[in-house]
Design a binder for this molecule. Structure first.
Ligand code: SAM
Ligand code: NAG
Length: 242
């Protein structure tokens, strides 16, 4: 089975060769402008289907208020701001995303969610949060981001650095399926196409292993099946405490 899977995946890689070349010579950079619109559109459908799960997850934000003042949230890979509606009134939000073209859509979401205080939109990747001081936030949030980052362990180390002791890293991510499933098979075979469509998104990551290995003091992690397109059904949800 593995042999067939690898052969099919190889075939798909060959088929995507033109895309690979186009990316190398910069022809795909226009997609960085288009992708935010796609994310913005897809978000309302994703949020509709995941509303209950998000609500359950973010209910636990209340455990991480500092002894004084409002909850400080850093959203890494914020995209168009898909989680704002789930944050408690009065939270202070800093947003980070490497793609500056999200700004317009982000601002729309901010305008819709005026129960929050928005401090900043920083154009940076999660691997390098130098714009944020260490021990300075109560919560870091990543949703559908660790599938696309270049270096997951580094992003997690950066999240840990900026969190205050006792603060938490909240995540909701699609992950690789169990190897005995067809989903696993197609996640690997179709990955080369998915990568370009999803602006670097990978369906084959065992992200939970990185979170477990990141040295957090406590971890609340669940594997769930999301009511979504089969390739991104397997999700992990939870939070890790610094
Ligand atoms: C599928 S979108 C998800 C956006 C949003 N978090 C949500 O839940 O709708 C993936 C996001 O990750 C961002 N991203 C890609 N590489 C990243 C990196 N290395 N560090 C931080 N964010 C990254 C993309 O620009 C995009 O906004
Ligand atoms: C919220 O926290 C409780 C433990 O206090 C845990 O049992 C529950 O699973 C958490 N919810 C999510 C969605 O992580």
């Amino acid at each position: 089975m593995t042999l067939i899977m690898n052969a099919c995946a190889f075939l798909c890689k060959v088929l995507t060769l033109p895309l690979h070349v186009a990316e190398l010579i910069g022809l795909l950079s226009f997609y960085k402008r288009v992708f935010p619109l796609i994310v913005y559109k897809v978000t309302s459908s994703y949020n509709g289907k995941m509303n209950e799960k998000k609500r359950e997850l973010f209910r636990n934000l209340s455990k991480f208020y500092p002894t004084k003042g409002s909850l400080r949230i850093l959203e890494v890979g914020c995209g168009s701001g898909a989680n704002f509606e789930h944050y408690p009134t009065g939270c202070r939000i800093t947003c980070i995303d490497p793609n500056p073209h999200f700004q317009n859509y982000l601002e729309k979401s901010m305008a819709k969610n005026d129960h929050l205080v928005y401090d900043n939109f920083i154009v940076a990747s999660g691997e390098n949060l130098q714009a944020v001081e260490e021990n300075s936030v109560d919560v870091v949030v990543c949703t559908l981001v660790l599938c696309s980052v270049k270096d997951t362990p580094r992003v997690l180390q950066e999240a840990k650095r900026v969190l205050r002791p006792g603060g938490a890293f909240f995540f909701l991510e699609h992950v690789v399926s169990d190897p005995s499933t067809w989903t696993y098979f197609f996640q690997h075979v179709l990955q080369p196409f998915w990568y370009y469509f999803g602006d670097g998104c990978q369906t084959t990551r065992a992200t939970w292993k990185h979170i477990e290995a990141a040295g957090f003091s406590d971890l609340e992690l669940r594997h769930i099946q999301a009511p979504l397109f089969f390739m991104i059904k397997p999700h992990i949800a939870g939070y890790a405490i610094k």
